[in-house]
Design a protein around this ligand. Structure first.
Ligand code: BT5
Length: 248
């Protein structure tokens, strides 16, 4: 029996303002498109299967029906905050939710991947819509190995493929939303600095061999402004956005 993310399963578990309102559809093109920017901050859209799930830069996001957490939250960050930092805010909330669910350490691969056992188990997508931000989070929960995408550059995983446990998604989603609310509020107040301890401790690329624009270097760290510092050819560089590969 697949577990449920319908409102009757999730709403009783929500303790904060995220998930109010909670919009659920069994099937949709993308949860990124379900949120009217006029809804209150904290409105959340969830579905069981996306027919056009989106990643960054025109890429897709794939998950078989009923196996994943697919959610989008409506945010109205103050103008002084940098929107790309929200991928790290969402990534930290997702990594912590994964840790509480599995008891294993999760990491954040700059700028938006949630990693467990060196596999990508989640991704975050921040999109601006009419002055608001829609922050999408996809977490692979109950996919078997065969159900994970085969064409990914970063090896994919799910919580189940890592620890063999099949889980109810509703408590995981509720925990994710409560962590997101807490971290978002802190970020709103003080910026990324307020989350730096949690981020720095989970920085997947720190000390790894990385590939940037066809060159090999070493990951130094996510800095306090959310950029990635790398060393390439003896020089330190700060990367604002884009893609960084790593040696497995
Ligand atoms: C991301 O993009 O990682 C952001 C993914 C955000 C998905 C959520 S789900 C809820 C909300 N609604 C949406 O439509 N989107 C958001 P990016 O870094 O571009 O990674 C995309 C790449 O990851 C793809 O090109 C694939 O190679 C790979 N991929 C696709 N599905 C995956 C999955 N389930 N697990 C791991 N990797 C995947």
């Amino acid at each position: 029996m697949p577990d449920s993310l319908a409102p009757e399963a999730v709403e009783p578990l929500l303790g904060g303002r995220f998930g109010r309102p909670y919009l659920y559809e069994e099937r949709c093109e993308s949860t990124q498109r379900l949120l009217d920017p006029d809804l209150p901050e904290g409105a959340v859209a969830v579905c069981d299967v996306q027919t056009g799930g989106r990643g960054r830069l025109g890429r897709g996001w794939e998950a078989p029906p009923g196996t994943a957490v697919l959610c989008s939250s409506l945010l109205r960050p103050p103008p002084e905050r940098r929107i790309p930092e929200l991928s790290l805010v969402g990534g930290l909330a997702a990594a912590e939710a994964v840790e509480r669910a599995t008891g294993l350490a999760a990491q954040i691969k700059w700028p938006n991947d949630v990693m467990l056992n060196r596999r990508k188990v989640g991704g975050v997508l921040a999109e601006t819509v009419e002055g608001a931000v829609v922050l999408g989070i996809g977490l692979n929960v109950n996919q078997t190995r065969d159900e994970l995408p085969s064409d990914s550059t970063t090896a994919p995983g799910s919580l189940r493929s890592v620890d063999g446990v099949v889980r109810d998604r509703a408590p995981l989603l509720a925990d994710l939303l409560s962590a997101l609310e807490r971290h978002y509020d802190r970020w709103r107040e003080v910026g990324l600095d307020g989350l730096y301890e949690g981020l720095g401790a989970r920085d997947f690329l720190r000390g790894r061999r990385v590939f940037v624009d066809g060159r090999t270097g070493t990951g130094i760290a996510i800095d306090r402004s959310g950029r990635l510092e790398v060393e390439i050819g003896g020089e330190r560089r700060l990367i604002e956005s884009g893609e960084v590969g790593f040696e497995r």
